[in-house]
Structure formats: structure tokens, C-alpha cells
Ligand binder design. Structure first.
Ligand code: AMP
Length: 352
């Protein structure tokens, strides 16, 4: 067990790291942020900060020397250089990163565990794309296997002609059949070092331009009916990875049941509502799990919860948002407002 007062290392310096560090601080831990960017919004609320590249071995080993445990808030941390962390425990185990970083590995892994993703095929050339479309059909989505997030690195293909003359990026791709879904939802669980799993309520997630816009709990029946099967798969994923911490799986609710979209080996935007809306939020439960503390209750703390992302200019409305006493405003301290950038979120609780 890692006792309060010790230092937790966090790889990645964005808002998820910021909210993890704030939850850790409440329990009396120090956090040390390791991130390459000039301005880290996680470092601003943490005790220590190393600004260095993720593959800089000397930086990683000096960081590890200051930490009792290391975790990450960013799933594209390169895995091989993490060997430089040496003996310090890293939770979740980096094998979870390896699986989640590559859409092909992730979908193959989940399929082996009995999950159902959209039909998919790897694409490394125009010929592969033609063959994938012939097998899977259109419409479909071509995605980069790595480094894609918030709908970036994706091309919708409505007909085989769309694929002709497409200027394919020089990196491995995956073609997926388009899923006709009634709603999107996520399963967020926390697994302790003893294998105990606790689930948060599944939120109904609505995206705009590929970016999460709104998460609401409780979800409609079309989702809750599919949550048990989705949880079952998420538990299999967590057990197979001997996972420690918060894990997220995203799903499409379809007539045929839950279709797996992707997993994130970390706390998740669709779980931000838990800060006020659950007895113990995803950030605190992640900290508890990686430190070997008892997990907290994931029960709802209200009858209904709504979390709305403040994307780009929407964050400029902060003064207006604060006029409503029911709003819980979170701003991430990012300097520049840019279109599509997650600047903060607002959570509202409802009591019947
Ligand atoms: P992703 O980055 O893969 O999570 O994709 C971002 C969003 O694009 C998802 O949340 C969906 O709204 C949509 N999307 C992604 N893949 C598919 C698919 N195979 N079929 C239908 N919609 C998709």
C-alpha cells in the first residue's frame, strides 16, 4: 500500500492528469507530472513537474526515483521507453497501453474475449482498402490505427468510388463498417489490486463532430438493457490485462446488442460527471486503486446527472454558467481557446 504523503507519478500533463492530481491531493498525496509540453495544466496543480520527452530515458529514471507509483493519463505514451522507470510499479500495467494504442490490436483482443466490434480490416495500401470495402461494404470509416482521438485521423467512405484517389496517409490504417446505432454509451470500471471491480453507472454519450459533447445518467432503457453484456466484456478485458485502476470501454447500442468501439486505459471524459455525481469519483477511485487502498463507492449521488463539455468558445460563457447555482463549473486552465479544444465542463445534478 502506498500511504498518503508519498508521491504519485503521472505521465501526461493534460486535464485528466489535473483532475487526477486534485483527487490525489485531497487524499494527501503529492503528484509529480511528467509531460513534454511547455504548458501542462496538470503540473499547475501538482507538487513537481518534469518537462521532458516521453522517450528520454534519463528523464524517466530520475522521475521514477521520486515516485512510489507511476500511472498515466494519456494513452499514447510510447511503451518501450517505460523500461527506464525501472522497479517502480506502473499501474495500469503498460500492456494495457500496448493494446489500446492500436485500433487493430484492441479490436482483435476484444473479439477474442467474445466482444463484437464493427467489422474491421487492416489497411496498408490502396489494394487493401479496395479488398476491405469489397468484404465489409460501405458506408464505412477509415481510421489511423494509432494516435487518433476525438474523431481525428478518420475518413468516412460512403461508396467504393470515395476510396479511389484518396490520398492515404503513410501510416497503418483500419477500415471499419459503419455501425447503425441508436445511442452511444461507455462502461467505466475501477479494478483494485485484489481484482475487485466496481462499475460506475453507464452514461449516455452524445458526440458532435466526433467529440464528446454531453454525458447523461441515468441512460435510457435502450442503453441500460445492454449494460450487463457490456460490463461483462469490460470485466473480461480488465481481468485479462490484470488491470489496476480505471478502465473505459465505449460502445454503440444497436438492435443486435452492444458493439464495442474502443477502450481507454484511463479515466475518461464520459466519467467527469462522477466528480459530483457519484459517491467516489473516477479520479479518486483510480488513485485508490493504484495505491492499493480500498475502492470507494461508485453509487450515484443524485437522481440524474448531466455533464456538458465546454469546447472552444463555449468556455467563454463561464460567468453566465456560474450565475446558475446548480452548475458545477470546471475549467482546465488552458490558455488559448481553440475550436474543438476541450476547455472545461459543467455538471448539473438533479434530485427528484
Ligand atoms: P472514435 O475516435 O473511434 O471513438 O470515433 C469518434 C466517434 O465517431 C464515435 O464516438 C462515433 O460517434 C463515430 N464513429 C466511430 N466509429 C464508428 C463506426 N464504425 N460506425 C459509426 N460511427 C462511428
Amino acid at each position: 500500500m502506498i500511504a498518503p504523503g508519498e508521491t504519485i507519478g503521472i505521465l501526461g500533463g493534460g486535464q485528466l492528469g489535473r483532475m487526477l492530481a486534485m483527487a490525489a491531493a485531497r487524499l494527501g498525496y503529492r503528484c509529480h507530472i511528467y509531460a513534454p509540453e511547455d504548458h501542462s495544466v496538470a503540473a499547475e496543480v501538482s507538487a513537481a513537474h518534469t518537462q521532458a520527452a516521453f522517450d528520454y530515458a534519463a528523464g524517466l529514471s530520475a522521475f521514477a526515483a521520486d515516485c512510489a507509483v507511476v500511472t498515466y493519463e494519456f494513452e499514447n505514451v510510447p511503451v518501450a521507453p517505460l523500461a527506464a522507470l525501472g522497479e517502480v510499479p506502473v499501474f495500469p500495467h503498460p500492456r494495457a497501453l500496448e493494446t489500446a494504442q492500436d485500433r487493430l490490436a484492441e479490436k482483435t483482443f476484444v473479439t477474442k474475449l467474445g466482444g463484437t466490434p464493427a467489422p474491421f480490416a487492416p489497411v496498408d495500401s490502396p489494394e487493401d482498402l479496395r479488398a476491405a470495402i469489397a468484404r465489409i461494404g460501405t458506408p464505412g470509416i477509415l481510421k489511423t490505427r494509432r494516435d487518433g482521438y476525438d474523431g481525428k485521423g478518420q475518413w468516412r467512405i460512403m461508396s467504393p468510388e470515395d476510396a479511389e484517389g484518396l490520398d492515404l496517409p503513410d501510416q497503418p490504417l483500419i477500415y471499419e463498417g459503419f455501425v447503425h446505432f441508436s445511442a452511444e454509451f461507455s462502461v467505466i470500471l475501477c479494478r483494485g489490486q485484489d481484482g475487485e471491480i466496481r462499475y460506475f453507472d453507464s452514461a449516455h454519450n452524445r458526440h458532435e463532430d466526433g467529440i464528446l459533447a454531453l454525458s447523461t445518467v441515468p441512460a435510457p432503457d435502450a442503453i441500460t438493457a445492454q449494460v450487463p453484456a457490456a460490463r461483462d466484456l469490460a470485466a473480461k478485458v480488465a481481468d485479462a490485462l490484470d488491470y489496476v485502476g480505471v478502465l473505459t470501454l465505449e460502445f454503440f447500442a444497436t438492435e443486435a446488442g452492444p458493439v464495442f468501439n474502443e477502450m481507454a486505459p484511463r479515466v475518461h471524459n464520459s466519467g467527469h460527471w462522477t466528480i459530483e455525481g457519484a459517491v467516489t469519483c473516477q479520479f479518486e477511485n483510480h488513485i485508490r486503486a493504484i495505491c492499493g487502498l480500498p475502492l470507494g463507492s461508485t453509487e450515484l449521488a443524485a437522481d440524474a446527472v448531466e455533464m456538458r463539455n465546454l469546447i472552444g468558445e463555449a468556455a467563454n460563457d463561464w460567468a453566465e454558467i456560474l450565475k446558475d447555482p446548480a452548475n458545477h463549473l470546471h475549467l482546465y486552465g488552458k490558455g488559448d481557446v481553440r475550436p474543438g479544444r476541450k476547455m472545461g465542463h459543467v455538471t448539473r445534478l438533479t434530485f427528484d
